[in-house]
Structures are given as structure tokens and as C-alpha cells.
Write a protein that binds this ligand. Sequence first.
Ligand SMILES: NC(=O)c1ccc[n+]([C@@H]2O[C@H](COP(=O)([O-])OP(=O)(O)OC[C@H]3O[C@@H](n4cnc5c(N)ncnc54)[C@H](O)[C@@H]3O)[C@@H](O)[C@H]2O)c1
Length: 259
Amino acid sequence: MTHIDERGSTMRLAGKKAVVTGAGGALGQVISRALAQEGCDVAGVDLAQEGLTRFGKTVRELGREALELDTDLTDFDDVQRAAGQVRDAWGGIDILVNGAGGGMVRPFAEMTPQEWQRMVDNNLTTVFNMTRAALPAMRGRDGARIVSIASIAALRGGRLVRNATGYAAAKAGVVGLTKALAIELAEEGITVNCVAPGAQHTPGRARDTPEVREALLAQIPTRTLGRPEDLAETIVFLCLPSAAYLTGVILPQDGGHSI
Ligand SMILES: NC(=O)c1ccc[n+]([C@@H]2O[C@H](COP(=O)([O-])OP(=O)(O)OC[C@H]3O[C@@H](n4cnc5c(N)ncnc54)[C@H](O)[C@@H]3O)[C@@H](O)[C@H]2O)c1
């Protein structure tokens, strides 16, 4: 059902309780704002204090409740505590967006076992930990949603950045987890989906030299970077009641880069 707020605008996720990991980061900030604009209260999970503070301010300015959860997502006990705080505050979780993660480039032949483990921990174990810890609070809710952020790297290896084996493998793990969990949770009405972004127009890209930017755009059929606001809108769409029949979907958002 669509709700109308005091300003007369429609909110498609009014009253939903959302958890966003990586909420202090570039995409997490935009995704949290989009969910709050649609009427969600949002709990942000991150290690980055400054980003978490900015996240909380944004959500509250939109008239919604925010919880800033300073948590190491690679530590299951810490994540369990964070999920417990959300459950204590709000009674349950309707939407989980697994957005935390990040890449590192290293030629495979030079990668140490520790670096490999770090990539898997940061990009895959974080998704397991948060999803596993949140699940009990999502069961029995009306149409709960899990959306994870993978990457074009999971689909096309080095098409976006070369020497990203650890990152690509970990993100491919997110793709596999999404499909398998979608089947496990389907009968409970919990959908599990995944977006696979190509290069997004985030502050990190400002460090690209003109040559790097040109080479990147030359690979992308639309010749554009992705807009984080558009990615956030895609995630909102996957969380709507009308997306109930979409599960186990891996949705590239990449200007055709993965074709
Ligand atoms: N930006 C892009 O172009 C792009 C493209 C494809 C996929 N992605 C994916 O999108 C997601 C968000 O990317 P971004 O550009 O916003 O990155 P970002 O670095 O700005 O944000 C990531 C956030 O995750 C948090 N984080 C990482 N590990 C954590 C941990 N163990 N515990 C708690 N918090 C942790 C960081 O503190 C950071 O705030 C990542 O999973 C990334 O791999 C990004």
C-alpha cells in the first residue's frame, strides 16, 4: 500500500525497518537516503564513524529514525550484537541491504594468502554474517527483502579492473549465496536478490586520471558511469511489494558493460 506523508508525497515503503551495511560509504549513503525517502527507518552498519554520523543525519533530516551501528562485519559476534540492537529498537527487520565491501588489485601471482582471505572476509563473509544474524528478525515479517551488492567483476572478471581475482571471486560468492538462499527462503516470502553494478559515479572515481576515465568509458556501451541514485532506485524497486515474485535475480546495473 502507498502511504502519503504530511507533505503530500507518496512513500512506497512506509514503516519498514531497513538495515544497510556499508551505510557510511559512498553508495550506502545514497541507498540509505533513498530508503528513508520511501518511508523506511534505517539502521546503518559500518566501521567508518564519520560516514555513520553523516548517514544518521541524512536519515533523521528526512523525518525517519536512524540507528548508527559501529560494527565490524567480519566479526560474527559483533554483527549479532548489531542485529540484536535493531530487534530491540524496532522489533524486527523488513529489508536488509548488504552493501559493505570493497576491492583491492593485485596480480594473482603476487597475492598473499592473507590478502586473499581479506577479500573473502570483506566481501563475502560480511554478507553471510549480516544475513545470518538478521534472518531471525526477518522471519514472519510481511514480505521481507534481502538485497546484496555484488559487482560486474563477479560476472566478467577483469572487464572493469584487471588483477582483481580476490574481489571477483568473493563477489561471485555473493552471487551464489543469493541464488541458493533465494530457494531456501522462497516459501517464507523472503526474497533474496543481488545487484551487480559496473563503475559508479562515486567520489573514489574522482581519483581516475583522464586516461583511465577514457579507457573505462570506452568499454561501456552507454559511455557513461552509473548514477548511485539510479542504483539506489533499483534496490528500492527490489524491496517493493510488487517485486515479490522476483527472487534469486542477479541484476547488472552497468550500462551494458557485462554483455
Ligand atoms: N563504487 C563502485 O563503482 C562499485 C561498483 C561495483 C560494486 N561496488 C560495491 O558496492 C559496495 C559499496 O561500494 P562503495 O563505492 O560505496 O564503497 P565505499 O568504500 O565508499 O563504502 C564501503 C563501506 O563499507 C564499509 N565496510 C567495509 N568493510 C567493512 C567491515 N568489515 N565492517 C563494517 N563496515 C565495512 C566501509 O567502512 C565503507 O564505509 C561495495 O560492496 C563495492 O564492492 C561498488
